[in-house]
Design a protein around this ligand. Sequence first.
Ligand SMILES: C[S@@+](CC[C@H](N)C(=O)[O-])C[C@H]1O[C@@H](n2cnc3c(N)ncnc32)[C@H](O)[C@@H]1O
Length: 223
Amino acid sequence: MNQTKKIALGAGDTGKEELLEIQFNEPVYPPYEDSELLAKAVWMAPFYSKAIDIGTGSGIQSVVYSKKHRRTEVISIDISRNALNYAKKNAERNEVSKNCEFVRTSKLACLKGNKQPTIWFCNPPYLPPNEQIDPYLPKEEILTLVSGKTGFEFSLEIIEQFEERATIGDNLYLLTSSHSCPETFEQQLQKRGLIAEQVAKVHIFFETLQVQKISKSEKNETD
Ligand SMILES: C[S@@+](CC[C@H](N)C(=O)[O-])C[C@H]1O[C@@H](n2cnc3c(N)ncnc32)[C@H](O)[C@@H]1O
């Protein structure tokens, strides 16, 4: 059965209080604490003309950014057909479907030519396979949660793509978890001349979630 969650965002550019309505159902990833933490950071992010929402799920991040910045073109991608169906409906429900293009693809395989985004959002699957995850869940649902052996593999690919495609001033808003190799994260950024600023943080049970705003260091670009 479909479930609906209402999320208060605060005042938009017009001064009007904005409220989101996100509908979801299995196997689509519900707007959990990690989704809401990233959504808060996305709501505060400045205007960029082209955005990409990697692993859009219910579409929450695309809807939030489009509500705030009506002139941005957002590409919302996911590997799951079900997720994209819900994301499309959620964009319509929240009256932002004109801003969003929904593409079924794995990671950034769809990005060609002038589609290069200037702001990136990603709440990746970030858990290592572990005994708390029911191995009998449908594969599509496992894909929303688990990445590789360490939980960091999906994020690392996005960081690599950002290093390759982004220019100075572009930003990647990436959700990270204490369950997914925080030390490796720091090392990988340093190695690539990327810098991170923590813009949101929450502790839930035995986990710390953060949103990192990642950008290219001007120093490294000119060296
Ligand atoms: C943790 S959920 C995040 C959903 C949503 N962005 C949010 O913040 O609630 C991760 C999403 O990544 C998608 N995903 C998993 N593997 C993918 C891949 N290779 N390419 C694109 N999306 C993928 C899943 O289907 C899922 O919707």
